[in-house]
Write a protein that binds this ligand. Structure first.
Ligand code: 3PG
Length: 390
């Protein structure tokens, strides 16, 4: 934004890497366009500054050089045109240049992962990309954890490289939550497996004041605490790691609050009969599919006293009404809290939409894997390369 405000972008070729990797149904209709909307400020800023604007993104994980109809950004070009209120032409075969964009115009460059060398960040491709522009703007937070030609290589070869407004906003929100948080800092990590979130759990355990675990992760923690969990989803081989996480929190003066009551059924189905039981009454064939009301109240209390909340993952199978109570209660506690709240990850965004709390969460990240890697404490390649250029 400084570059646009300073007039440096006027008449210049600005190449924006956005993350327009949006879900589509079988007919190619976009089912959710948050990421497209989130890319608008960068595009509008560059257009407003009088730049000739090129935007690209990946869509899915296509095979380089072998385009299939479903790999095309054509539906995205259409939606972008609608949202910007102007025609956004889609340019194919753009790597060698040969297309024209005038100052004050914007084009969408076809799925960058169709270009040979994109995934591997080939120096040859990066050199060509750098020649296409005067200014490279990295605005793809959702892809900031990938070192590809349009997310890393071009940032080295373009004459000027900088972060776009979305990338900057994501990083500001994340550092507000994790680096300099208002305390107590409460993290909620739900989901099915400890193994896929172990480094997040360990990193957060050494930073947060309270760590709430949910879903299959909580079941493995219950096993570690010596509870019987029947047929519930869990990873017995991760019990030691779960214990380590609890120990880190204990050393820091806090217990991981484990469920005291749960909602069980004998199958994960909308037709299942749900029963609320104490955590000590889980039968051998029961599956724990949500936390019970006593646990929900306890978690809501912790959330009510938080200064900062970081939320990734539901605490139950919230897609099925009889197992949605815990996640709903948590969503409502976050919505009513005075804390600075940040949320990210596919399931979490679906829960936020389901319980209509979009306007009550302070920052909703557009990143899936990127958000998780930030929670792990990793420096994302996008930030590394932009810091190098700065
Ligand atoms: C995402 O959807 O998480 C991003 O667009 C990154 O996609 P990728 O995992 O295919 O790199």
């Amino acid at each position: 934004s400084d570059i646009c405000a300073s007039g440096q972008a006027a008449g210049k070729r600005v190449f924006i890497r956005a993350d327009l990797n949006v879900p589509q149904d079988d007919e190619g209709n976009i089912t959710e366009d948050t990421r497209i909307r989130a890319s608008l400020p960068a595009i509008q800023m560059a257009l407003g500054a009088g730049a000739a604007v090129m935007v690209t993104s990946h869509l899915g994980r296509p095979t380089e050089g072998e385009p299939r109809p479903e790999d095309s950004l054509a539906p995205v070009a259409k939606r972008l045109s609608k949202l910007l209120g102007r025609e956004v032409p889609l340019i194919t075969d753009w790597v060698e240049g040969g297309f024209e964009v005038k100052p004050g115009e914007v084009v969408l460059l076809e799925n960058c992962r169709l270009n040979k060398g994109e995934k591997k960040n080939s120096p040859e491709l990066a050199a060509k990309l750098g020649k296409l522009c005067d200014i490279f703007v990295h605005d793809a937070f959702g892809t900031a954890h990938r070192a590809e030609a349009t997310t890393y290589g071009i940032a080295e070869t373009a004459p000027i490289a900088c972060a776009g407004p979305l990338l900057a906003a994501e990083m500001d929100a994340i550092s507000k939550a994790l680096e300099n948080p208002r305390r107590p800092l409460v993290a909620i990590v739900g989901g099915s497996k400890v193994s896929t979130k172990l480094s997040i759990l360990k990193t957060l355990a050494s930073r947060v004041d309270q760590l709430i675990v949910g879903g299959g992760i909580a079941n493995t923690f219950l096993l570690a605490a010596g509870k019987r969990i029947g047929d519930s989803l869990a990873e017995p081989e991760m019990v030691r790691e779960a214990q380590q996480v609890m120990d880190i929190m204990k050393e820091r003066g806090a217990e991981v609050p484990l469920p005291v009551d749960v909602v069980v059924a004998d199958e994960v189905s909308a037709l299942a009969r749900a029963n609320r039981v104490s955590v000590d009454e889980v039968g051998p064939h029961d599956r724990i599919l949500d936390v019970g009301p006593k646990t929900s109240a306890k978690l809501a209390e912790i959330i009510a006293h938080a200064g900062t909340i970081v939320w990734n993952g539901p605490v139950g199978v919230f897609e099925i009404p009889q197992f949605a109570g815990g996640t709903k209660m948590m969503a409502s506690a976050i919505a009513h809290s005075e804390a600075f709240s940040i949320a990210g990850g596919g399931d979490t965004l679906a829960a936020i939409a389901k319980f209509h709390i979009e306007d009550d969460v302070d920052y909703i990240s557009t990143g899936g894997g990127a958000f998780l890697e930030v929670l792990e404490g990793k420096t994302l390649p996008a930030f590394e390369v932009l810091a190098k250029r700065a």
